[in-house]
Every structure is written in structure tokens, then in C-alpha cells.
Design a protein around this ligand. Structure first.
Ligand SMILES: C[S@@+](CC[C@H](N)C(=O)[O-])C[C@H]1O[C@@H](n2cnc3c(N)ncnc32)[C@H](O)[C@@H]1O
Length: 296
């Protein structure tokens, strides 16, 4: 039996899924589902509709005594921290799927840096990186001269980000960089004003109803730009996610939500913002819609 987790933090176990048993988990990509096609997809959808991922989600929340946020905090301080530190790091101890997610994520970071630098130098520009993880964006932003405020709900992630920043920014740097200011904080509790606010691959952990409030709060912190990335909700990605949800795996994956671009756009419009630039980053197991919004 092979089991591997995809970008949604869920696990695909092929041997347990007869319909897909001819494929290894790492082959379960867009092409594979397209090849399965027609009636088989209908059968797969029927199988999926018999499961109850919501029930599993409720149990996860009860275990840590709270809702979405408590589950997410607990996950990223424990098994999620171990998993994502490897994915976002440079270790070779990653499987094929994790390597693919690493590649997709690094492309998202590159795209963000490009979008930001397209508007001019980042020297002295204040940037709030909300949900900074291990500092994959905060550190290159600091290298570009930005004044970075990076925060995350997970103390473990923040400690790792700080460690990485010290290693990468202090050691023999020719240019004088301002060390990012790191903080353990829920993004909805952040305050202050920043030129630019960025929130990458965080909304995936929250349903649209919650994401609406988060987007509004992030926009209120920003004077000029808000960059968001999220897993786009399309028929295919929805199906893939639901397949993954059938098999949560031993790592106790957190819940994952897809967001329709129109819903994100609506949430931005409600607080007087509009999308100026869009990008889509896809690899085999990583799907991320990147948008840059500005005041309308
Ligand atoms: C998939 S990681 C992405 C990390 C980082 N943004 C990156 O792209 O490298 C998601 C991160 O969001 C953080 N997170 C989740 N919910 C959050 C919240 N409500 N406030 C702040 N951080 C949150 C998690 O702890 C985790 O570090």
C-alpha cells in the first residue's frame, strides 16, 4: 500500500481505493483523473459522497477543544511543523509528492517577489507577512531591503523562521539587511499599517465564511497592496481534494478548503479593494491562485 499526502494536507492511499488501484499515489494527478474519465469519475464521485469528512473534522476540533484555528495551531505546532519544515527546507528526506509541493511553493514565492518588485524597489518598504511559516518569503523580502513584520499562529513555525533568518541574513551578508520582526500571532489579531500585506497558502485552512473576515482584516492593515494565495476551487481540484479526504493518513492532516476566485474577489470588493494581477501556479500536487489586490 502506498500513501502520500498532497498539497491539501490530506493523504491519498491508492491500494485502499480500488478505482484508482492501478495508479501509485504519486501518479494521481490531473492526467490520471482525466484518463479515468466518464463513468468511472461518476462512480468515484458516488463513493466520495458516501463519506463524511465533516464528521472527521468535528472530531479533530473536539480533540483539541476548539474550532478551525485551534486545530490548525495544534497541527502546525506538531506533526504539521515536522512535515512542512521538511517541505520548505532543503533536506533530501522528502518523498516525490513533497518534493513536487516544494517546487510549486518556491514558484509561488518567486512570483510574489516578482509581482512586488515590478512596482519598484522594495528598499525600506514595510511588508507584513501574515502566516509566515518558516520564513520562505520573509527572508528573501528582507534580502531585498524590505522592512518585514512576519507572524504566524504557530510558535514552532515562528521559532524555525527566526532561526533560518539568523542563519541566512546575519552570516556574511554584504548588504546591510534589517532583520524581520517575528511574532507569534493569529493574523486576525494583527494591527498596525504596512505598505504591503502578503498572506500565502494560509486561507486553505479556513472555510470561505471565515476567509471573508480574514481578507477584510488583512486589507485593513495594508495601505497599498494585498497579495493572497489560495487553492482554487474548480471541479477537478474539488474532486481531487475529496479523494484525499477519504484517507486522512497517520499524520492527522488538518482540514483543507478550496476557494472560488469569485468569492475571494467578492470579499475584496466588499471592503473596497480590487484585483490588479493574477497568477496560477500548478505542479502535479500543488495548485495555488495568486492575486494582487489594490484599493479600488
Ligand atoms: C501552508 S503554511 C504557509 C506558510 C507561508 N505562508 C509560506 O507560504 O511559506 C500555512 C501557515 O499558516 C499558518 N496559519 C494558519 N492559520 C493562521 C492564522 N489564523 N493566523 C496566522 N497564521 C496562520 C500556519 O501556522 C502555517 O505556518
Amino acid at each position: 500500500m502506498r500513501a502520500e499526502a498532497n498539497h491539501f494536507g490530506t493523504t491519498v492511499t491508492t491500494a485502499a481505493l480500488p478505482l484508482l488501484s492501478a495508479f501509485t499515489a504519486s501518479e494521481l494527478d490531473g492526467t490520471t483523473l482525466a484518463v479515468i474519465g466518464g463513468g468511472s469519475v461518476a462512480a468515484l464521485a458516488a463513493t466520495i459522497s458516501l463519506t463524511d469528512p465533516e464528521r472527521r473534522r468535528r472530531l479533530q476540533a473536539e480533540e483539541v477543544g476548539g474550532g478551525d484555528k485551534e486545530v490548525v495551531r495544534e497541527y502546525f505546532n506538531n506533526s504539521g511543523f515536522q512535515r512542512w519544515r521538511k517541505i520548505y527546507g532543503e533536506t533530501d528526506e522528502v518523498n516525490r509528492v513533497q518534493k513536487d509541493i516544494r517546487l510549486g511553493h518556491s514558484q509561488t514565492v518567486e512570483n510574489v517577489l516578482k509581482m512586488l518588485k515590478d512596482e519598484g524597489s522594495l528598499e525600506g518598504v514595510s511588508v507584513c507577512d501574515a502566516g509566515c511559516g518558516t520564513g520562505c518569503l520573509a527572508i528573501p523580502l528582507a534580502k531585498e531591503g524590505a522592512v518585514v513584520y512576519a507572524s504566524d499562529i504557530s510558535a514552532a513555525m515562528v521559532a524555525e523562521a527566526e532561526k533560518q533568518a539568523k542563519e541566512q541574513l546575519q552570516a556574511g551578508s554584504e548588504k546591510k539587511v534589517v532583520m524581520p520582526k517575528f511574532e507569534v500571532n493569529d493574523l486576525e489579531s494583527l494591527n498596525g499599517k504596512y505598505d504591503t500585506v502578503v498572506c500565502l497558502d494560509v486561507l486553505i485552512h479556513y472555510p470561505q465564511s471565515k476567509a471573508d473576515g480574514m481578507i477584510a482584516h488583512l486589507a485593513s492593515l495594508s495601505e497599498n497592496r494585498l497579495l493572497l494565495s489560495f487553492a482554487p476551487k474548480t471541479f477537478y481540484y474539488d474532486l481531487l481534494k475529496r479523494v484525499g479526504e477519504l484517507f486522512p493518513g497517520p499524520s492527522k492532516a488538518t482540514r483543507a478548503y478550496l476557494h472560488a476566485e469569485a468569492d475571494v474577489e467578492r470579499a475584496l470588493k466588499k471592503v473596497g479593494w480590487k484585483i490588479r494581477k493574477r497568477g496560477l501556479i500548478t505542479t502535479q500536487f500543488y495548485f495555488s491562485r495568486l492575486v494582487e489586490a489594490i484599493p479600488a
